[in-house]
Design a protein around this ligand. Structure first.
Ligand code: ATP
Length: 425
């Protein structure tokens, strides 16, 4: 493993990002400050993985460097979080985070208190040794790896190791993070770290974490390629069970999650409106929870949003309705009426947990019925001599139902159908 990663960064990063990174070090140096690249992108450069999420820390103060960079590069946006001593810089579809080296109280209750600190202190507050690796950006030592906590050795050995005994108690979000990194990189969780993790779970630490941060981590897990393996391991070590006692039957949940993966691939291939994939996984993960438990769990996690709340509240009724659809799978009007009030995320989840008959009905709804609209409007009906009022509404509804059944393909067909209804009176 090289201990100077300048060439790797030059090869892995888009030229503009590489230039900004090198310039950051040079600018900091002219201001009498020291800049370092830290965290994931250093870890990944050292193990030959691409990672374009640049994280830079400045020992001293970051804002003079942010200001100088902003003058030199056409950033699309620069957002400062002065309370946290950080800034986000956006350019060319990329994001770069710059922060003052700092200490903060993890777990962040809501807003952690942040104070400037040395690089060493900044690294010591991090989660795992492999995430404490840094790279010098000052011109004299450009590219040289800084390993203050034994990260290189653990990276070589493939180990996820916490920095101190209280790490998981201090911030239980690190429990799923440890499993996520271990599965993603095919690493082991170091023995003592594993023991500490199990202890923290036994003590019920996960439930004391900030729900909002735990949700962010769950979303990170859902985004991983090996999400199922991560979730399976978290079930095995009792992580979910400490969050809610109703998390029990992981075999069933995992099989729903597996089908969810397949169905989301199908949904993506339909190129229809974007859906929140993480939320479909969330619904699948919580399949075994009663509505009451789901409400509590999601309240703790802060899963807000009208569409998501609607999905959760509709879940049980929709599951019941699905059973009746399974008995009459060819009733296209009924399929439409059952699903038209369900957000798409709920529908994809329902098809993952239902029978193949239910799945076909939901596909039919998404691919065809959802977009059915009469071509005729009230204006054309007026031309047929009809007045505005309930009768007009009824006729439009009849046309709509016929269309759902796959009839009345053209305006002419709709018109003659409307005429026939009018004649009948
Ligand atoms: P990924 O490849 O998933 O983006 P990352 O290592 O870049 O992984 P982030 O979640 O972006 O992870 O966090 C950036 C850095 O912040 C980490 O490398 C780690 O050093 C630190 N960090 C993040 N979360 C925690 C935490 N809960 N406790 C301590 N340090 C953390």
């Amino acid at each position: 493993m090289p201990e100077n990663i300048l060439d790797t960064l030059r090869t892995n990063l888009p030229p503009l990002l590489f230039r900004i990174l090198v310039d950051t070090g040079r600018i900091a140096s002219t201001l009498g400050l020291k800049a370092y690249g830290v965290g994931g992108f250093v870890r990944d450069a050292l193990s030959g993985r691409k990672n374009l999420d640049l994280d830079v820390v400045i020992e001293g103060e970051c804002y003079p460097v942010v200001d100088a960079l902003s003058k030199r590069y056409p950033f699309k946006r620069v957002i400062r979080h002065e309370r946290f001593l950080t800034a986000e810089l956006y350019i060319d579809g990329h994001r770069m985070d710059i922060a003052t080296t700092r200490k903060e109280a993890y777990p962040a209750p809501s807003l952690p208190e942040v104070r400037p600190a040395t690089l060493m202190e900044d690294l010591l507050r991090r989660d795992f040794t492999i995430n404490t690796l840094a790279v010098c950006l000052d011109p004299e030592r450009l590219g040289r790896v800084v390993d203050l906590c034994g990260g290189l050795e653990d990276l070589r050995a493939g180990l996820v190791r916490v920095l101190h005994r209280d790490s998981f108690r201090e911030d239980p979000v690190r429990i799923p993070r440890a499993v996520r990194f271990a599965v993603r990189f095919d690493f082991s969780i170091e023995e003592e770290t594993h023991r500490l993790m199990l202890n923290a779970i036994r003590e019920g630490a996960p439930a004391r974490a900030s729900g909002r941060r735990m949700l962010d981590e769950l979303i990170n897990i859902f985004k991983e390629e090996k999400r199922l393996q991560i979730i399976e391991r978290l079930f095995k070590i009792g992580f979910f069970h400490t969050l809610n006692e109703e998390f029990n039957d992981n075999t069933h949940t995992l099989s729903i999650l597996r089908r969810t993966e397949t169905l989301l691939k199908w949904y993506r291939s339909t190129e229809r409106e974007k859906i929140e994939e993480w939320f479909v996984y969330f619904l699948s993960l919580t399949d075994g929870l009663s509505l009451q438990a789901l409400r509590e769990f999601s309240r703790w996690l802060n899963v807000g949003g009208k569409r998501r709340l609607l999905s959760m509240e509709r879940r049980d009724n929709a599951i019941d309705a699905l059973e009746s659809i399974e008995k009459e799978p060819y009733d296209r009007v009924k399929i439409y009426e059952t699903f038209s009030s369900c957000p798409l995320e709920l529908l994809v989840y329902l098809s993952a947990r239902g029978s193949s008959v239910a799945e076909s009905a939901i596909r039919l709804y998404i691919e065809e019925l959802k977009d059915v609209r009469p071509l005729l409007t009230g204006r054309e009906l007026k031309q047929l001599g009809l007045k505005e009022g309930p009768r007009m509404g009824e006729i439009l509804k009849c046309i709509f139902r016929e269309k759902l059944k796959g009839r009345l393909r053209t305006v002419e067909e709709e018109l003659s159908f409307a005429r026939s209804l009018l004649e009948k009176g």
